[in-house]
Design a protein around this ligand. Structure first.
Ligand code: PHE
Length: 332
């Protein structure tokens, strides 16, 4: 009788309440089951009477369940109707392009328009294609400029330190003229910091034909930076040294951040270095079977990260490889 009262007083609205009710009264360990379990303790002569009361109660509890179930289904229906279907939905997360990819594409697009074809090469390279063919014989001090990862099993193998290996491989094919642009990942054994990493990405260019001059190189690179950074950018070439080019130069552009007035990015010089370049050393041409009396060529190489950092004002190289979505999401 007490249970009957309890049930009458119950308010079952939510599906959760309904389920709680079912478990408490009608479940396999519920109250109805346990009352039937009491049957064995009832003296024989009262069993009939007790059974009738129990059956009534069971029916009562079940009816309550059924009506509550119908009602709460009705409530669910109502809830559905309250949803405003004209509201805009949640946007789907679509992902975004990596800034390195975006900048690489921009660089390649510019050189494609100038007639450069994209060329590719292996990241695991042998000593000849990464160093020796490029006028960097064993024990050459300039090898130390590029701290190299060697492959343990074979000292002749290494992770390429620059994409110049693609240039050697292309020259060795012997088809001239050559006008290629080589994007790719390169590796150097450097301590990871805001300004250095053990891998990064380069784009290198190579043009070999009859009568290619340093003036061609300068004009091509000048066009390139104007396309990439805008018409106002100024350039300057400083004499430099690379074993595979002679003469060699480094190219600076006027600082985009401060416009040349001096800031932290350009270390208060007004200029930032963006690439190395030069005329391909005759010895490199000969190493690859090209007649250096007939042909000349120029080459240049730049780091994609460095350019992306300038374009997007990113101040820490590590952001490019940490894959933090809060960083990546900002690029479209
Ligand atoms: N290979 C050079 C480097 O990785 C860049 C470079 C390429 C310089 C071509 C001159 C000519 O630093």
């Amino acid at each position: 009788e007490a249970y009957r009262k309890e049930i009458e007083g119950l308010e079952i609205v939510t599906p959760q309440q309904l389920e709680e009710y079912r478990i408490k009264f009608l479940g396999t360990k519920g109250i109805v089951k346990s009352l039937f379990g009491e049957m064995k303790n009832v003296p024989n002569e009262r069993k009939k009477e007790f059974g009738q009361v129990l059956n009534d109660f069971k029916q009562f509890a079940e009816t309550k369940y059924e009506t509550a179930k119908e009602q709460s289904a009705g409530n669910g229906q109502q809830a559905v109707e309250e949803i405003d279907l004209s509201l805009p939905g949640d946007a789907m997360q679509t992902g975004s392009r990596h800034p390195i990819n975006l900048v690489r594409k921009r660089i390649l697009d510019i050189f494609n328009r100038l007639g450069f074809a994209v060329a590719d090469g292996p990241e695991i390279e042998d000593d000849w294609h990464n160093f020796t063919s490029l006028n960097l014989p064993e024990h050459h001090p300039a090898r130390d400029m590029q701290d190299t990862f060697y492959i343990h099993q074979n000292p002749d193998w290494l992770l390429r330190t620059h994409t110049s290996n693609v240039q050697t491989r292309e020259m060795e094919k012997g088809k001239l003229p050559i006008r290629i642009i080589c994007p790719g990942r390169v590796y150097r054994n450097e301590t990871i910091s805001a300004r250095a990493h053990c891998f990064f990405h380069q784009v290198e260019g190579l043009y070999i034909d009859e009568h290619v001059s340093f003036a061609d190189l300068k004009q091509t690179l000048y066009f390139f930076v104007q396309e990439l950074f805008g018409k106002d950018v100024k350039v300057r070439f400083r004499p430099s040294y690379f074993p595979f080019t002679e003469p060699s130069a480094e190219m600076d552009i006027s600082c985009l951040i401060c416009g040349g007035d001096g800031c932290r990015v350009c270390k208060h010089t007004g200029w930032v270095e963006i690439l190395g370049c030069g005329m391909v050393h005759p010895k490199v041409l000969e190493n690859c079977g090209i007649d250096s009396n007939k042909y000349t060529g120029y080459a240049f190489g730049m780091g994609i990260e460095r350019i992306a950092m300038l374009l997007y004002q990113i101040n820490d190289l590590r952001l490019f490889s940490e894959n933090d979505v809060r960083f990546l999401r900002q690029f479209v």
